[in-house]
Write a protein that binds this ligand. Structure first.
Ligand code: PLP
Length: 438
């Protein structure tokens, strides 16, 4: 580091920001970005950091990838906007063709373009009600689906996200997720026989809501903001079978897990399930604002005017999206699997050495570690987690918290093994220091 953090220029920007920017943002440490390249970023004071956040799982191809920059520049020089709601343009059609070809399952699909994750979820919420003519939704405790009113009604990650905003959209029931490390039923996998899915049929549908009034189940293949929770192998197939039994749509929220992040194009492919709808955003265009709802074609039968937007499928974002998909398919998805395995293995070894790392889990480059008082009690220790995140920043490693007591590692999909090792070294030193109270 060239200076104590934050450096003088960073500190000045943070002070200016406080005067004019909404205090609702959740900045964890005062990193003020100047520029980035791949998995490396520099702050305005000239300090270099390793980025294991990807701007919250967004910069799939790293910062300023030349292919993505070129695609953006070329499209911007042709035209920047025309609105896909009222006009046609090739780049939007081409991206939709790629997405439906890549989506899991044989059923033909169609795409509705948005600008963000929450809008993709809103579109799914509305399409589910429209096509099903049913009103109820099922979502999960720990879920994060966004912050607009429909998606916020599905979100159950932290009370602060909902507090003061009610009444939310009625008709959403939350049930426990397949979170084996902290099972809501105090059962143990595999002897539990996936009781968390059975609960929906045996209790919820028996005592509370009719399954025939449920339009959709919204589920993250791996819970993201809720703490990087990977459910067991049987979980999604059992949930999908339950949904099919009652004609309920299975909506996979792949906003954080999708586009190669887990070593497959869509995380749900790890469970062999074909969702009825898939929500994507974040990594799809390497940082240009873009989202999409990919739905089975027969479901997307709403008429002109039923749903639309001004900016969704912006041509510059679509061009970035096509360049991103090319890179992810050709190279970076495989890199996510191999470097992800390297990081997971190293974290598991670290867990064996440190009492405060209670659990390590993930797929590809979507990896979380749960920080606890000690392994026996599993007592959550958010203060220790926050200290680790802060100390990593001071040593030149950017990571983010998730859930009540976890940290997440979501570097760009093209991070090199050497960069991953550098980040893990910093983390190992920080965990030792924090554990020893230094
Ligand atoms: N769904 C999931 C699974 C997410 O992780 C997020 C954001 O973190 C969203 C939806 C909302 O996306 P956005 O912040 O782009 O609205």
């Amino acid at each position: 580091m060239k200076n104590a953090l934050p450096g003088p220029k960073s500190a000045a920007y943070v002070a200016r920001d406080a005067a004019v920017i909404s205090p609702s943002y959740t900045r964890t440490y005062p990193f003020v970005m100047d520029h980035g390249q791949g998995a490396e970023v520099w702050d305005v004071d000239g300090n270099r950091f390793l980025d294991m956040t990807s701007g919250i799982a967004v910069t799939a191809t790293g910062h300023a990838h030349p292919d993505v920059v070129r695609a953006i520049q070329e499209q911007a020089a042709k035209f920047i906007h025309m609105s896909g709601t009222d006009f046609y343009y090739p780049v939007q059609i081409e991206l939709a063709e790629r997405l439906v070809a890549l989506a899991p399952g044989a059923t033909p699909k169609k795409v509705f373009f948005t600008n963000s994750g929450t809008e993709s979820v809103e579109a799914a919420f509305k399409l589910a009600r429209w096509t099903q003519r049913r009103q109820q939704m099922i979502a999960f405790i720990g879920a994060f689906h966004g912050r607009t009113m429909g998606s916020l009604s599905l979100t159950a990650s932290k009370p602060v996200q909902r507090e003061g905003f009610g009444p939310l959209v009625p008709g959403v029931t939350h049930v426990p997720y397949g979170y084996c490390y902290r099972c809501a039923y105090n059962l143990t996998y595999p002897s539990c026989d996936i009781a968390c899915v059975d609960y929906i049929e045996k209790k919820l549908f028996k005592y509370y809501i009719s399954p025939w009034e449920v339009a959709a189940i919204f589920v993250e293949p791996i819970q993201g903001e809720g703490g990087y929770v990977v459910p067991p192998p049987e979980y999604h197939p059992r949930l999908k079978a339950l949904a099919d039994k009652y004609g309920i749509l299975y909506v996979a929220d792949e906003v954080q897990t999708g586009i190669g992040r887990t070593g497959k194009m869509f995380a749900i492919e790890h469970w062999g399930v074909e969702p009825d709808m898939i929500c994507v955003a974040k990594g799809i265009a390497s940082g240009m604002p873009l989202g999409a709802l990919i739905a089975k074609a027969p479901l997307m039968s709403w008429p002109p005017g039923a749903h639309g937007n001004t900016f969704g499928g912006n041509p510059v974002s679509c061009a970035a999206g096509l360049a991103t998909l090319r890179l992810v398919e050709q190279e970076y998805m495989a890199n996510a699997a191999t470097v992800g395995a390297q990081i997971l293995h190293a974290l598991q070894e670290m867990m064996a050495r440190h009492e405060v790392i209670g659990d390590v889990r993930g797929k590809g480059l979507m990896i979380g570690a749960e920080i606890v008082r000690d392994k026996a009690s599993r007592e959550p220790t958010p203060a220790l987690r926050d200290a680790i995140v802060q100390r990593c920043y001071e040593r030149g490693l950017l990571i983010l918290p998730c859930g009540g007591q976890s940290v997440r590692f979501i570097p760009p999909l093209n991070i090199t093994p050497a960069q991953a090792a550098e980040g893990l070294d910093i983390l190992a030193r920080v965990v030792s220091e924090v554990e020893q109270g230094r």
